[in-house]
Ligand binder design. Structure first.
Ligand SMILES: [Zn+2]
Length: 114
């Protein structure tokens, strides 16, 4: 691999920061259950308007939660690839991913062409 140690360390730090942010965002809208995140839907008030608002928030949170979880999986996968030395290679064509692309998106799994 052609990524130097300094850049790799920076990318790893970026991934770990992103992971912590994703987990804290997920923690705000969801609760971990058996390792998976389930959107919370508690504190349903008795007031009809309150309930309507909470149902709206609940449905609004679902796509956000799914997007966050997907991203978290990508970040974890990137960290795992760093561990086993396959980080920085395109999942599709197995060519090296441009360093600029990794710096813009450290969890990128494919090269710019794919
Ligand atoms: Zn590729």
């Amino acid at each position: 691999m052609t990524i130097d140690t300094k850049t790799l360390t920076e990318l790893k730090e970026a991934l770990l920061t992103e992971k912590a942010e994703l987990e804290s965002n997920l923690g705000r809208i969801a609760k971990p259950t058996d390792g998976e995140y389930v959107t919370t839907f508690d504190e349903v008030g008795n007031d009809r308007e309150d309930n309507a608002t909470e149902v709206e928030e609940y449905t609004d949170n679902l796509p956000v939660e799914q997007a966050l979880e997907k991203k978290l999986h990508e970040v974890n996968a990137a960290l795992a690839r760093m561990e086993n030395g396959t980080y920085g290679f395109c999942d599709n064509c197995k060519q090296e991913i441009a360093i600029e692309r990794l710096q813009a998106n450290p969890s990128a799994q494919t090269c710019i062409k794919c």
